[in-house]
Design a protein around this ligand. Structure first.
Ligand code: XLS
Ligand code: NI
Ligand code: NI
Length: 433
């Protein structure tokens, strides 16, 4: 019995509606600032959390019952794909994202896995044609199988590097075939458990070369999407090499990739790294490396990557404010890399989770657009730095320490501290959310 085919596509019913399966704030066709909300937000469902994850945690296994479990055959993979596209339509998701291992079971050698991925992506391509749902990004799962336990590109064993590179080539080909708009590399187990057995410099050099091979291959096949790296500080390894945006920016520059690779920023990973989501977004934008976002929050107390659906409008509003300030998404979008809580057993829970998350994002985006149009934050920023526009201030940057010192003495420069107005700015934001 199919799970999601009885849900007709969720409709916008307005903020006063009490229908739990209707949109209250996300009206996909609403045009704001010259673009539909659909095109501003570019929502994507994550195949892995919604269809491959079975509801397990470190203390217990599967809680969900789904017609495509156990996920051990191509027949089951097809049922899963049918159900996935029913869900995408039920929540009006324009995009989805996937790992190879989510789409079909990995079985046998690389040749077997190539053949089965080709087969299932043909099948998925038919669903895409039929429904109009598109691929935001594809990626390779280089972390679940035991062969990746010590990393993929950073593995001490060259055989694992080889299989990882071949797997990424396979997944880039599949992403290209499905018209994917980005290709993502999240480090998975690229990191270490202990420095006692780790040659950190060698592992970083191997990762740098690996990413260069990815970029070379992108040009070879004419993939026109963006290559994105997804930072995360820990989990599964104790220390992940792609720790946060700042670390990734330095890494990409070191290996000559700063003009080739952008970043996919996840809210939960920002929190794990001790940053706010908007910090990571604003920093990536400042470096010209903002690509896409994974919109899933963490529990602020547990210290785990709990991948919960977003539900905090003020947080989401600030994230979109910085995305809009950077010009909005181009190839990127809003991927719900989010999973249900393991007690949320019903098909309806998954539908409601996505609808609610889309509503939260729509509210946040509308607030961000309004703040943008009002310009209050921008003019406060301009005012704060206005003196740097003067010739005498510019001369400071052009001069030497000697020049500056002479000026401080000659002009008897004595700074007069002035307010940063933080509370007033916070109050300002609260008028919009
Ligand atoms: C894990 C990551 C993962 C990536 C895709 O924490 O968020 O889901 O988004 O491999
Ligand atoms: Ni994550
Ligand atoms: Ni993610």
């Amino acid at each position: 019995m199919a799970l999601f085919d009885s849900f007709s596509p969720a409709q916008y019913a307005g903020p006063d509606s009490t229908d739990p399966l209707a949109f209250h704030h996300y009206n996909p066709d609403d045009v704001i600032d010259g673009k539909t909300l659909r095109d501003h937000l570019r929502f994507a469902v994550a195949y892995w959390h919604s269809f491959a994850w079975e509801g397990g945690d470190p203390f217990g296994g599967r809680t969900f019952e789904r017609p495509w479990f156990p996920q051990d055959s191509m027949a089951q993979a097809r049922i899963k794909a049918d159900e996935a596209f029913d869900l995408f339509q039920a929540v009006q998701a324009p995009f989805f994202c996937w790992h190879d291992a989510d789409l079909r079971p990995e079985q046998g050698n690389h040749a077997d896995n190539l053949a089965t991925l080709d087969e299932i992506t043909d099948y998925i391509g038919e669903h895409m044609q039929r429904t109009g749902v598109r691929c935001l990004w594809g990626t390779a799962n280089l972390f679940s199988d035991r062969r990746f336990m010590s990393g993929a590109a950073s593995n001490p064993d060259p055989a694992v590097y080889a299989v990882s590179a071949a797997t990424v080539k396979m997944c880039m080909d599949a992403t290209h075939k499905l018209g994917g708009q980005n290709y993502v590399l999240w480090g998975g187990r690229e990191g270490y458990e202990t420095l006692l057995n780790t040659d950190l410099k060698r592992e970083l050099d191997h990762m740098g070369r690996f990413l260069n091979q990815v970029v070379e291959y992108k040009y070879k096949i004419g993939f026109s999407g963006s290559i994105l790296v997804e930072p995360k500080p820990q989990e599964p390894t104790k220390h992940q090499y792609d720790f946060d945006v700042a670390t990734c920016v330095g890494f990409l520059r070191k290996y000559g990739l700063e003009d080739e690779i952008k970043l996919n920023i996840e809210q939960g990973h920002a929190i794990l790294a001790g940053h706010s989501f908007e910090h990571e977004i604003a920093l990536a934008a400042a470096e010209g490396m903002l690509g896409s976002i994974d919109m899933n929050r963490n529990d602020y107390q547990s210290g785990w990557d709990t991948d919960q659906f977003p539900n905090n409008v003020p947080e989401v509003a600030l994230a979109y404010y910085h995305i809009l300030k950077a010009g909005g998404f181009t190839t990127g979008g809003t991927n719900f890399d989010a999973k249900l809580r393991r007690q949320s057993l019903d098909a309806e829970d998954l539908v409601a989770a996505h609808i609610g998350a889309m509503d939260v994002c729509a509210r946040g985006l509308k607030a961000a657009i309004a703040m943008h149009a009002d310009g209050g934050l921008e003019s406060a920023l301009q005012a704060r730095y206005a003196e740097w526009e003067s010739d005498s201030a510019r001369a400071l940057l052009a001069g030497s320490l000697d020049d500056i010192s002479a000026r401080v003495l000659a002009e008897d420069i004595r700074p007069a501290p002035r307010s940063g107005r933080q509370e007033q700015l916070e109050n300002y934001v609260n008028r919009f959310v």
